[in-house]
Structure formats: structure tokens, C-alpha cells
Design a binder for this molecule. Structure first.
Ligand SMILES: C[S@@+](CC[C@H](N)C(=O)[O-])C[C@H]1O[C@@H](n2cnc3c(N)ncnc32)[C@H](O)[C@@H]1O
Ligand SMILES: [Zn+2]
Length: 582
């Protein structure tokens, strides 16, 4: 085969990286994923500065404890301890303060390999520049952006099991000059095998698969160092959002529920699944940021090892009961604890948290989950990431979009899983809808909290229980009467009860979100048409796609494989769902 001519390529620039895309486009590239790559860069930047702070804290603690314990004891301890200090989570757990006090033998990386040039002056380990594994790299665009744009980053290893992708990645590394050549390396490998054979070696592992990441999770959680980060995309939204409940269960170990909150539920199913894989290796996750955007979800979690902290996992998981009549939902925690003095007992959760029939409308419940019901973001991280994005706005090609999403995330109530839809409440009662501000005010005036959610412009997160919500709606309907409905309808059953609470709809100060008050954009339209997933690289555009999408949408793509998902989705099977990709 003759060497490809330069004319056969076009140059695609994103951020500071440039890639050569072959006219035949046999390697995967999706422009729409610029949001995904930009957010990942923002998280990486914060990760690097966080790790520096944590390392400094670690060094100063070590210095203090060495002084206290005396030279000899300190030297013994240094030889045994884990270099990958467990950082904040051990503090949360309340059981470990210093690495030398933790029992993490399986984890301990001796400092031998850190001898010499990797030591600080005081003999303690120096912080190495973080190594990143882009396990599913295609053209290498993401790896190149990380290497070129993130200050302080170490080596970036880009893998792909497709020969054409690796050739393209290697070409792109050369095309991006000496810095890229010194930092990025590309290998033809099955990511699963590579990660399994490189345990606890990468500070960051990035998974950006076609469709579901499920087959990569087990090896990925093993490849991350303690305190390192796993970044993971899933684009199999049809599966995760309840289109195929049984497929979701087999891939992720959770049942999804259809509902307005299904995209947030998808995030929580993915987190629960990562946690479950991590637990197999005495590890656990701490979510930093969880985003639903465009046509996919992406989570950023730190991974730590601690057999004792791992016992808390059932406290962070819940089943979800969702009423089939009125969409009320209730969480059933998987586990609970009893604390006595210094000891903690771990027990199964009390249940069921709901009767057989919905106490609001009398219908039965579906049960979904288990989902991750602990916070899905770390507030401090989110604020730092957002501040960094604003500070460096010129360096983010998708600035408008990612700053809007991060702003909305920064306003979400941190400890309220899932959300209500005002439209659904009104559809159940068949009433006119109060404005969002009026509804929010009634919730605030009743003594509860309420916020928006980044996954749905009409969604509302609140800690108000469902009976309070329905009382507010009963009061609303008293002033905005509805036509009589058949008595067995869920709405009629709900409205047949008198409210216990007298709702106050006077506008409350806290009823506006900060972004609304400041008129900051939170949900932006797509920048151009066909902003969605693409077919797998190498798949042929057929007449089926042309007839589904129309010649205009496919125009210029018969050889470029650019096809959007939405219309294809209508005839999607589980298999074809995973064929679309980020
Ligand atoms: C969605 S693309 C990656 C896109 C890329 N991360 C970006 O930002 O442009 C997924 C890639 O994973 C590769 N892949 C699929 N299975 C793999 C495996 N088991 N090991 C390594 N690479 C794999 C595919 O060849 C494809 O290039
Ligand atoms: Zn109900």
C-alpha cells in the first residue's frame, strides 16, 4: 500500500492540538465531544493543583510526625508506608489520619523506586508529574490536548486496539511537534489487558468508549493509583435510561427507571457500578464531578483503597421506588449503621420505606437501582474547576457551554438524589402549572430547600418529602381548579385528600437560582446541526442512513461516517445503541 499523500488529509484543530484526519475518515473523531474534552482538561488542571496541595499537607504532616517520633521510628515508617497517601477520604472515614497509621499493606508501594532524584531534600518522596492513560484514544486528539494544554502533566499513554487508529495517533503525535513527541506515546493494545498488567500505575485513567464503558471498568479501577482519578464516559443512554432495563442490569448491575430524572439516574447507576468494581479490590470511589451533556454522561471519580472505608459503600447506595401512577419516588438505602461510642455496626437498611400501594395515589411501585445516592459532585472541586475555567476562558473552545453546565452544577443541592418535574406533577393532576418561581417559593416558604439540576432545565431538586410537594400542589389547585376526572385516576385520588399544610406562594428570595438572579446562561442550544454521537469508525453509510436522515444530513458524509443518533435511535436495538459512540 502506498504511503498516504498529504492531500488526502485535512487538518482539524481543537484547543492547541492539531490532528490529521484522513479523507476516508477511518479513525473515529467527533467534533461534538469538544465539550467532553474541555471539561476533562478543566478537571485535570484542578486535579494537578489539588495533588500538589495534598502532597504539601502530607509532607508537613510527615515532617511533624517524624520530629515527634524521633529519627529512628520515622525512618522505619517511611520505608513501609504508602507513597500514594490516602488524602481526604481517610479523614472522612475518621479511622486514618496519617498514611503510616493506615493498614493498607496490599497497597503499599515502597519508596525504593523513589530513591535518589525522586526524593525531596528531607528524604521524603517528591511528587511526580501525573501519568495519564487515555485507554481508548482513536486519533489521539484528547491525549494531545492533555499533553499540550495541561501544565504540569507527565507522560500520556494513548492506547487503541485498532491498527488504523494507532497509526493515525502516532502520525498526530509527530504532527504536534517535540513537546507532544516527548510526552505522548501510543500503543496498539487491548485496553483491558494493558490496564490489568499495569496495576496502580496511572494517576489518571480516561475511558471514552463506543457506547458502554462496562467492560473496561474492572481493569480501569485497578490501574489507577491511590488518590488517582478515573474519568469515564458512557454514551449508551438508551440502555442506561430504561429503554432496556435488563440490558442495563447485565452491564451495570442496576435497574434503570424511565422518568424525567433518568439521565441523573444514569449517572448514579454508572457511579454505583464503578464503586462495585472498585470494592472487589478493597477500593472505593469519591465522585468529584458528574455531568450529563449532549448525548452522553461523564463521571470523574477519585479512587482510594481502604478495607474499612469500603464498609460504608451500602450507605451510599439506594434502591428507588417510583410510583407507576403519580411518579412520586422514594429512596430505600441499601445499608445503615449504628454507632456506639467508638464502634460502628454495619447493618442492612430498614425496609420497605414505602407500603405496597402509593400513599399518595394508591398505585403500585416499580423498584429501580441500586443507584449511587451519596453526592455525585464535590462542591469545592466544582467551584475550583468553574473558577479555573472562567480564569482561562480563552483556552477552552467550548467555554460558553461548559461554564454554563458547571454553573448549574455548582447550584445543585448536593445531597438530594434525583429530582421532580413540575410538568409531571401538573400532568398527574391535570392542572395548569405554577411558574417555577412560585413553586420554588412555596417549597422554600414551607421550610425546605430547592434547586435546579444541570440535566434538565425544568427539573427541581428538593429535600421536601413527596407529601409536602403534593400538599403544595393541592393548595395550588384550590386556587386553580381542574375539571372533574374519573375518581380512580391518580390525580383524583391525590386531590381527594385535604392538604395538611397551607402553602404560601409569596415570592421567596431563595426561589431564584444564583444564575437566574445574575442572568447567567445555564442551558445553551447546540452550536450547530447534527451535534450528536457518531457511528463507529469504519462503518459504512448505507442507503438506510440516507433515507432515515435525509440526503442533506448525510451529504458529504458518504465517506466520512458522520451520522447523528436521534433518528437512528427510533429503530435502535440494544446492539445498535452501543454502536453509536462519543
Ligand atoms: C469513541 S472512540 C475514542 C475517542 C477519543 N477518546 C476522542 O476523544 O476523540 C473509542 C475508541 O476505542 C477503541 N477501542 C475499542 N475497544 C477497545 C479496546 N478493547 N482496547 C483499546 N481500544 C479500544 C476504538 O478503536 C476507538 O478508536
Ligand atoms: Zn403514586
Amino acid at each position: 500500500m502506498s504511503a498516504p499523500e498529504l492531500d488526502d488529509f485535512k487538518i482539524i484543530k481543537e484547543g492547541e492540538a492539531e490532528i490529521l484526519m484522513h479523507a476516508k475518515n477511518e479513525v473515529f473523531f467527533n467534533k461534538a465531544q469538544v465539550n467532553n474534552r474541555d471539561i476533562s482538561i478543566a478537571v485535570l488542571r484542578t486535579f494537578i493543583s489539588r495533588r500538589k496541595e495534598e502532597h504539601e499537607t502530607y509532607l508537613s504532616r510527615r515532617t511533624k510526625s517524624a520530629k515527634k517520633a524521633g529519627e529512628k521510628d520515622s525512618a522505619e515508617c517511611t520505608d513501609k508506608e504508602s507513597y500514594e497517601y490516602p488524602a481526604e477520604e481517610e479523614k472522612q472515614n475518621g479511622e486514618c489520619q496519617l498514611p503510616c497509621e493506615t493498614v493498607q499493606e496490599d497497597l503499599c508501594v515502597t519508596l525504593e523506586e523513589n530513591s535518589g532524584k525522586n526524593m525531596e531534600k528531607n528524604g521524603l518522596p517528591a511528587l511526580k508529574a501525573p501519568r495519564v492513560l487515555e485507554a481508548l484514544s482513536a486519533s489521539g486528539l484528547r491525549a494531545l490536548r492533555y499533553a499540550r494544554e495541561v501544565d504540569g502533566i507527565g507522560q500520556v499513554v494513548a492506547l487503541d486496539n485498532d491498527k488504523a487508529s494507532v497509526e493515525s495517533c502516532q502520525r498526530n503525535i509527530r504532527f504536534n511537534g517535540s513537546l507532544a513527541c516527548s510526552k505522548v506515546e501510543s500503543h496498539l493494545a487491548d485496553a483491558r489487558v494493558y490496564m490489568l498488567t499495569h496495576p496502580k500505575e496511572f494517576d489518571v485513567v480516561d475511558l471514552d468508549p463506543y457506547g458502554s464503558p462496562s467492560v473496561f471498568l474492572d481493569s480501569a479501577v485497578q490501574s489507577v493509583v491511590d488518590g488517582g482519578m478515573l474519568m469515564c464516559t458512557a454514551t449508551d443512554m438508551a440502555v442506561l435510561c430504561g429503554g432496556n432495563g435488563e440490558a442495563c442490569y447485565s452491564k451495570y448491575g442496576s435497574y434503570p427507571l424511565r422518568g424525567k430524572y433518568c439521565h441523573e439516574m444514569a449517572l448514579r447507576i454508572l457511579l454505583a457500578s464503578i464503586e462495585s468494581h472498585a470494592n472487589r479490590y478493597k477500593r472505593y470511589i469519591v465522585p468529584v464531578l458528574s455531568v450529563q451533556m449532549d448525548f452522553y454522561i461523564r463521571v470523574f471519580v477519585r479512587i482510594y483503597t481502604s478495607a474499612s472505608a469500603m464498609k460504608n459503600t451500602p450507605l451510599k447506595l439506594s434502591y428507588v421506588y417510583q410510583c407507576t401512577g403519580c411518579d412520586s419516588f422514594h429512596l430505600q438505602p441499601v445499608g445503615r449503621t449504628i454507632s456506639k461510642a467508638t464502634s460502628t455496626r454495619y447493618l442492612p437498611g430498614f425496609g420497605p420505606v414505602v407500603p405496597q400501594e402509593c400513599s399518595d395515589c394508591g398505585k403500585k411501585y416499580n423498584m429501580g437501582g441500586p443507584i449511587w445516592s451519596a453526592p455525585i459532585h464535590d462542591e469545592e472541586w466544582v467551584n475550583t474547576i468553574l473558577a479555573d475555567v472562567k480564569f482561562m476562558r480563552d483556552r477552552y473552545p467550548a467555554y460558553d457551554r461548559i461554564s454554563a453546565v458547571l454553573t448549574t452544577i455548582s447550584e445543585e443541592l448536593p445531597d438530594v438524589p434525583l429530582f421532580l418535574s413540575l410538568h409531571n406533577l401538573c400532568a398527574t393532576l391535570k392542572c395548569t402549572s405554577p411558574s417555577a418561581v412560585i413553586f420554588r417559593s412555596a417549597v422554600v416558604n414551607a421550610g425546605y430547600h430547592i434547586s435546579g439540576t444541570h440535566v434538565n432545565p425544568l427539573g427541581m431538586k428538593t429535600d421536601a418529602p413527596m407529601d409536602v410537594i403534593w400538599d403544595i400542589m393541592r393548595c395550588w389547585v384550590k386556587n386553580h381548579p381542574v375539571k372533574a376526572q374519573p375518581p380512580e385516576q391518580p390525580g383524583s385520588v391525590i386531590l381527594s385528600k385535604e392538604p395538611m399544610l397551607q402553602a404560601n406562594f409569596a415570592r421567596a428570595v431563595a426561589s431564584l437560582s444564583k444564575a437566574q438572579a445574575k442572568k447567567v446562561a445555564r442551558f445553551l442550544p447546540n452550536p450547530e446541526r447534527h451535534w450528536g454521537p457518531k457511528l463507529r469508525a469504519g462503518r459504512q453509510i448505507t442507503s438506510k442512513h440516507v433515507s432515515l436522515l435525509g440526503p442533506e444530513a448525510v451529504n458529504g458524509s458518504l465517506g466520512h461516517q458522520e451520522v447523528d443518533e436521534p433518528d437512528l435511535k427510533r429503530q435502535k436495538t440494544e446492539h445498535s445503541a452501543s454502536d453509536t459512540c462519543s
